[in-house]
Ligand binder design. Structure first.
Ligand SMILES: [Zn+2]
Length: 158
């Protein structure tokens, strides 16, 4: 496999709707995919109703309405991947073939959007909220690791 080739992934049923899964072992630090899709403002995202969950926030009033398969990546409070440089999904640890891929949605949200979390991990916060509402220790950790959207880091002065 060429180093620049993204690893194989597949979409399948997970415990919480469809999810994105590793199609082969993925090494820690690998860029799994780059999120892409049309750019929308918040009003346009909200007009999508339930499908608003398919949007990735990349600015104060700027969202990517995610193409497939990026839109199928689910949230976990104990994720095995993270969004870096606003649009790149990167593995945080080795991910086994067949394992579902998750990132922490709170690292990309600054508007009033919330979602009940069913991730079931020991770290589960119960509710997915804007980054600013996370416990301070967790916020600091995500900022240090570079796993927070740039516009949010600017908003919180990090
Ligand atoms: Zn959770």
């Amino acid at each position: 496999m060429m180093p620049s080739m993204p690893p194989a992934t597949f979409v399948a049923q997970s415990q919480i709707g469809r999810g994105l899964f590793a199609g082969e072992p993925i090494a820690s630090g690998t860029c799994i995919l780059e999120f892409s899709g049309p750019i929308l403002c918040l009003t346009e995202v909200r007009a999508k109703g339930q499908a608003a969950a398919n949007a990735l926030q990349i600015g104060v009033d700027r969202y990517i309405y995610l193409d497939e398969p990026g839109r199928y990546v689910n949230h976990s409070c104990a994720p095995n991947a993270a969004v870096v440089e606003d649009t790149k999904l990167v593995a945080l640890r080795p991910i086994a073939a067949g394992e579902e891929i998750f990132f922490d949605y709170s690292t990309t949200v600054s508007d009033g959007w919330t979602m009940a979390c069913l991730c079931g991990t020991a770290e589960c916060r119960g509710l997915v909220v804007a980054f600013q509402l996370l416990p301070e220790k967790l916020r600091r950790r995500y900022v240090i690791l570079g796993q927070v959207q740039r516009f949010i880091r600017e908003q919180v002065g990090a």
